[in-house]
Design a protein around this ligand. Structure first.
Ligand SMILES: Nc1ncnc2c1ncn2[C@@H]1O[C@H](COP(=O)(O)OP(=O)(O)OP(=O)(O)O)[C@@H](O)[C@H]1O
Length: 247
């Protein structure tokens, strides 16, 4: 997937990455990955465990600076930004959902949900109103005054998802967002997440190894051993692995 070095980021791509290479402790996690993410699209990044999905989302969101390659957000280079500018970018324009809910235990549900807005400088009253509105929208308004320790794991994850949506990010990065949810919960939450993203024209980059989850996206990019492959190539490799296990 090498891209010639003289190509500028296309105007209609909100995120654009060219030839990303990254290793963790010397072992390759991403090798020559290039991709564009269009405005308002829901892009699924699929691949088996360890294929580099989290590392790719990390590079695109400025959490990780790739060892080689470029990342552009709205035609602004992210890979050359200093740590403080990347932090501001993440705080003001991006939201992140982890596989495990990462709530602040000392804060109530509505305070957790309002936190990104407060960190951006929004007034207390407006941030609280937005948080409560989004909690109602995701059917968890009744939890607003509870603390994370009083919630089920699935409820905590719904709060983390609500917090991400409430901050109205330009790009929402969701790394296996429904991993801790039961199937029925997972379907409901994913539908809500994708419907909310579509109605607010939020761009979503969704890492998943679940085909049902990927089916809710507009487009899918597949990774295998840190490289971009066609979905047919990935299925072929997984099929062969399953055959060799069954003999
Ligand atoms: N912090 C780290 N230190 C060392 N190795 C890491 C680290 N993070 C990831 N890796 C390795 O890098 C490779 C890519 O990992 P990554 O988490 O990006 O893949 P993934 O597709 O998101 O996997 P999963 O579905 O398990 O989250 C894997 O081999 C993984 O073991």
């Amino acid at each position: 997937m090498a891209v010639p070095p003289d190509i500028a980021p296309p105007d209609n791509d909100v995120l654009w990455a060219r030839s990303l290479h990254h290793t963790h402790s010397g072992s390759p996690a991403l090798t020559d990955v290039s991709l564009g993410v269009r405005e308002s699209e829901i892009l699924a990044v699929t691949g088996p465990r360890g294929s580099g999905k989290t590392t790719l989302l990390g590079c695109l969101s400025g959490r990780i600076v790739p060892e080689q390659g470029e990342v552009w957000f709205n035609s602004v280079p992210v890979h050359t930004m200093g740590a403080l500018s990347r932090e501001r970018l993440r705080r003001d324009r991006f939201a992140w959902i982890s596989p495990e809910p990462d709530l602040v235990p000392e804060l109530t549900v509505w305070e957790n949900t309002a936190l990104p807005l407060l960190l951006r400088g929004e007034g207390h009253r407006a941030a609280k109103a937005t948080a409560l509105e989004w909690l109602e929208r995701l059917d968890i308004g009744a939890l607003a005054r509870k603390r994370p320790a009083a919630l089920l794991q699935s409820e905590r994850q719904r709060v983390a998802i609500t917090r991400a949506l409430a901050s109205a990010p330009t790009v929402l990065f969701a790394d296996e967002p429904t991993a801790p949810l039961h199937r029925a919960d997972s379907v409901h939450v994913l539908r809500t997440l994708t419907a909310a993203a579509r109605s607010h024209r939020t761009t979503v980059v969704l890492a998943t190894n679940d085909a049902r989850t990927a089916a809710l996206a507009d487009r899918t990019v597949t990774l295998l051993d840190g490289r971009r492959v066609s979905s047919a190539q990935a299925e072929d490799v997984e099929g062969r692995a399953a055959c060799s296990l069954s003999v």
